[in-house]
Design a protein around this ligand. Structure first.
Ligand code: B12
Ligand code: SF4
Ligand code: SF4
Length: 379
């Protein structure tokens, strides 16, 4: 292409991104898989409708950032074109975090809590010390490297890179980009890599070459219902439908406040996030283990003893979880979750911990503690 000759430049069509090119550069940037979709994509209107219904049914609970609207009333996240009218394509990348450690659904000693697998991540630094890592930071670096690479290739164009926190429904874009299908547990399942994986998206104003290599991945859940049957709080209200306000992941990470008794019961031993509907999924049995050196499991976070978490003061919490996704729950939130897990353990040895917390001014901890003490007394 001769961009040096103004005549030629005026008449040659704008360069287009191809799927193969996007995928190749994403893999070079450190992702395990990637796909791309033109925007608006083929199911844009359907997905927008689903998102609107989800929000209007109150499924987002206290996650008010999901409910933001523009002046004309449209939900910001309903379509990529709402926040980014210039968007013409999206590259969606997948980074697996599957590891050899046990599942939350495997038998464990009583008195062990559960921290979601995605939050175990760590890496060994230059001095040989293992440090907590957070996928947001790790993958943002990679998706920005991809963005820089595309700018080197195509010059000036509009672009935005996100990992989790952007105003887009990443799983919807991942399906459109051909990365997998939406499972009945609402997770994006890659046919080879399973669902233990993070998504990162790059929205661009580049046109995508219509190269016809895109094949939608068919829904392979079939007649399976394991996730629906295993969800302890009834958060999966129907296949592909999640009530966020009942999900243990929401309750233990996002929700600040006192949790309803029946949901505390269902929370079981999960003290941060929840893996149950993925741990029972047959597509994660076949998935290869992740070899990502920046997302390696920290052994101490696998089946942690509730005593270890309970004895932490704020300084220790910071020391253990600074740089880790677990920090998002906050010290007070994690302690509330530990109190609930202690109640669900029915182990009388936790009564002194719970009694010591019962008089706290913190309402969320007080409610959880009193409920847990009742459980221990009833056991
Ligand atoms: C809010 C949020 C949550 C909420 C709500 C989850 C939910 N199901 O909506 C809570 C706190 C509960 C949560 C939990 C978890 N989350 Co979260 N979360 C998000 C966030 C920020 C927004 C999701 C959203 O917009 N939800 C609204 C609904 C409508 O959108 P959705 O479920 O994502 O969309 C799909 C389905 O709803 C489906 N759909 C809707 N109706 C119907 C009907 C039919 C018939 C069909 C087929 C499909 C369908 O269409 C969409 C895609 O195709 C995204 C990041 C992002 N910016 O997108 C991460 C994200 C979805 N979370 C992620 C992760 C890792 C988790 C947890 C595994 C963490 C954990 N271990 O605790 C759990 C998984 C729980 C689960 N079963 O989904 C990953 C998911 C990766 C994957 N492989 O799917 C994301 C993409 C973050 C990331 N960048 O990696 N999360
Ligand atoms: S993450 Fe846990 S609580 Fe949430 S839908 Fe899955 S099994 Fe249910
Ligand atoms: S457990 Fe079964 S129904 Fe649920 S997501 Fe996996 S394959 Fe689909």
């Amino acid at each position: 292409m001769n961009l040096g000759n103004p005549e030629t430049a005026r008449h040659s069509p704008a360069p287009r991104l191809t799927r193969a090119q996007a995928r190749g550069l994403a893999l070079e940037a450190g992702f395990a898989e990637a796909g791309a979709a033109p925007l608006p994509h083929g199911t844009d209107a359907r997905d927008a409708e689903r998102f609107v219904q989800w929000i209007e049914a109150g499924r987002a609970g206290s996650m008010h950032y999901l409910e933001r609207r523009v002046e004309d009333g449209r939900l910001v996240r309903s379509r990529v074109s709402v926040p980014f009218p210039w968007a013409r394509s999206v590259v969606v990348c997948f980074a697996p975090y599957h590891s050899q450690q046990p599942r939350s659904t495997d038998a464990a000693e009583p008195g062990r809590g559960w921290i979601a697998r995605y939050a175990w991540s760590s890496r060994v630094d230059a001095a040989g010390v293992r440090r907590p890592s957070d996928y947001h930071k790790v993958l943002l670096k990679r998706i920005r490297a991809l963005e820089t690479r595309l700018h080197a290739e195509f010059g000036e164009f509009e672009s935005r890179s996100y990992v989790d926190t952007g105003p887009v429904v990443e799983r919807s874009l991942a399906v459109a980009a051909g990365l997998g299908w939406t499972g009945k547990n609402t997770c994006l399942i890659h046919p080879r890599l399973g669902s233990y994986g993070f998504l990162a998206v790059l929205v661009t104003s580049l046109a995508l070459e219509d190269d016809a290599t895109q094949l939608a991945v068919p829904d392979r859940c079939g007649s399976c219902r394991r996730c629906l049957d295993a969800c302890p709080t009834g958060a999966l209200t129907a296949p592909y439908q999640m009530d966020g306000t009942r999900c243990i992941s929401y309750l233990t990470i996002e929700y600040k406040g006192a949790i309803a008794p029946e949901l505390m019961e269902g929370t079981g031993r999960q003290v941060f996030g929840c893996d149950i509907c993925q741990d029972v999924c047959p597509w994660n049995r076949k998935a290869p283990l992740s070899a990502d050196a920046e997302l390696e499991a920290r052994p101490e976070l696998v089946n942690p003893a509730l005593e270890w978490l309970a004895q932490m003061d704020e300084a220790e919490f910071e020391r253990v979880f600074n740089g880790s996704p677990v920090r998002r729950a906050g010290f007070a939130g994690l302690r509330r979750n530990v109190a609930i897990a202690m109640g669900n353990s029915r182990l009388a040895r936790y009564a002194p911990w719970l009694s010591a917390w019962a008089g706290t001014a913190d309402e969320e901890l007080r409610t959880a503690t009193r409920w847990a003490l009742d459980k221990l007394q009833g056991s």
